[in-house]
Ligand binder design. Structure first.
Ligand SMILES: *Cc1c(COP(=O)(O)O)cnc(C)c1O
Length: 456
């Protein structure tokens, strides 16, 4: 490694990837096919295209092409905020007194504040190409909705976002950013859809869930042939688009002669982590290299570490395709005391398969230790991290402190997915000592597993 490692490693514009990398092409055990919820048979292109844009449906089903060209218009948009920097966290290293080298790939530098824009702009582009007039989606913490409203504004598409009610109320500024970019935002559950009305009837006063908001968005799309549903995570084509994170990271590390030992990312639906590790796991799958890859999830929503690897519904209303994944059950809703994001009940099928086959590790952390790490990081490195990203920071700090004990100078790479500017409500809770930890009991999880669909 170079002696005088620069603090920020920026690539030039022409070092940005021109193709996405599709890790499924190199997987011997492919992710299991999505199933049509009505027939329980593998979905076809025809099944998918009523919900997704045609090109997105093709990408979702493509597990053979390793490289997929990034259209020039998408690369032009990427130029507005990419390449994102790979930062050598020398102040954090000093704070920890570790011999380890820590690097973080910072995806929070665009207005939407997270990596989600990488896929939003791609999906909006394909919707425009196809001559559609509008896109519909759900948003939980608000980052996906924000990213999609920016992308929709750029391509002049109408954008309707179902925002989980609790976050609609807690994050009014997120909502306002979306409206500023022209999106129409509805708190979910709403009375606009059958799925929303059903949930409201069964659970009056509910604060909503991602699974329910997805059902509402998909239901709206099914009723309007000029609209399509755009998902922000979990599905394979989203991981494909997010591979720009990993490809840039790999180029930057090579440029500076650093070989990563440990790569750590937070995992909600798996898109940032999948994108970050894709090129590295590709090397492992082809037998070229070895890395330790670690997925970090909240202990209040532990799909990889305590879930079942089974076919499950992706949404509460059971209208989306089923996916084989690590899941807590489609009806699992994390405790309302959980504030740090990453609340989805399942995990990307691609990441689930890689984890199942032993290419990746997973660990869970409590939200109080996550915020402790976030604050420590913010105070020495300056950047205020999103709570989601802080899950990865938390485990990176643990690994760096382990290196301090053993004297090993490992190279640790973190995916730092976003800024925490819109999460001050949650930081306030932590700062005032009002944040608790909730870990679901085995019994609670068993009850949820008992309702998993039976697929033979
Ligand atoms: C959405 C989001 C995540 C989690 O989603 P993944 O699909 O697992 O990447 C993590 N960090 C931030 C900042 C997010 O907005």
């Amino acid at each position: 490694m170079e002696k005088n490692m620069p603090y920020k490693i920026y690539l030039s514009e022409n070092e940005m990837p021109k193709e996405w990398y599709n890790v499924r092409a190199d997987m011997k055990n492919k992710p299991a096919p999505l199933l049509n919820p009505a027939t329980k048979k593998p979905v076809t292109f025809e099944d998918l295209r009523s919900v997704f844009c045609d090109e997105i449906a093709r990408q979702e089903l493509n597990d053979t092409d390793a490289f997929i060209p990034i259209p020039e218009e998408i690369r032009n948009f990427y130029k507005m905020y990419r390449p994102s920097p790979l930062i050598h966290a020398e102040f954090l290293e000093k704070e920890l007194g570790t011999p380890a080298k820590i690097f973080y790939k910072f995806e929070g530098g665009n207005t939407s504040g997270s990596h989600k824009l990488n896929s939003a702009i791609a999906q909006a582009y394909y919707a425009k190409q196809q001559g559609l007039t509008g896109v519909v989606t759900e948003t939980g913490a608000g980052q996906w909705g924000t990213a999609l409203s920016m992308a929709s504004a750029y391509f002049k598409l109408a954008c309707h976002v179902y925002m989980v009610k609790v976050s609609y109320e807690q994050k009014p500024f997120r909502r306002e950013v979306m409206r500023t970019y022209g999106a129409n935002v509805t708190p979910s559950p709403s009375t606009l859809t059958e799925a929303g009305r059903k949930i409201l009837e069964a659970f009056p006063g509910t604060s909503g869930s991602l699974g329910c908001a997805i059902s509402e968005a998909v239901e709206e799309v099914m009723a309007n042939p000029c609209n399509r549903y755009l998902p922000g995570s979990v599905l394979s084509h989203v991981l494909l688009h997010q591979s720009v994170i990993g490809l840039e990271t790999k180029t930057a590390l090579e440029k500076y002669g650093v070989k990563a030992d440990i790569i750590i990312g937070c995992a909600g639906g798996g898109s940032n982590l999948g994108g970050l590790i894709s090129p590295f796991v590709g090397e492992m799958l082809r037998g070229e290299n070895q890395y330790r890859l670690i997925a970090v999830e909240p202990s209040s929503c532990p799909s990889l570490t305590r879930g079942k690897f089974a076919y499950d519904y992706c949404d509460t209303g059971k209208i989306c395709p089923l996916q084989k994944m690590y899941t807590l059950g489609a009806e699992f809703i994390p405790s309302s005391s959980h504030a740090g994001g990453l609340r989805y009940h399942g995990m990307s099928g691609t990441l689930s398969q890689l984890y199942h086959d032993g290419y990746m590790e997973a660990t869970s952390v409590t939200q109080t230790e996550v915020f402790e790490a976030a604050v420590r990081f913010a105070r020495c490195e300056g950047t205020l991290p999103a709570p989601e990203s802080s899950h990865a920071i938390c485990v990176a700090i643990k690994e760096a402190l382990r290196c301090k004990e053993t004297g090993e100078a490992k190279n640790i790479v973190i995916g730092l997915t976003g800024t925490g500017y819109f999460d001050m409500f949650t930081y306030q809770k932590y700062n005032e000592g009002k944040m608790g930890d909730y870990i679901p009991s085995d019994e609670e999880l068993q009850n949820s597993f008992a309702r998993l669909p039976e697929i033979d």
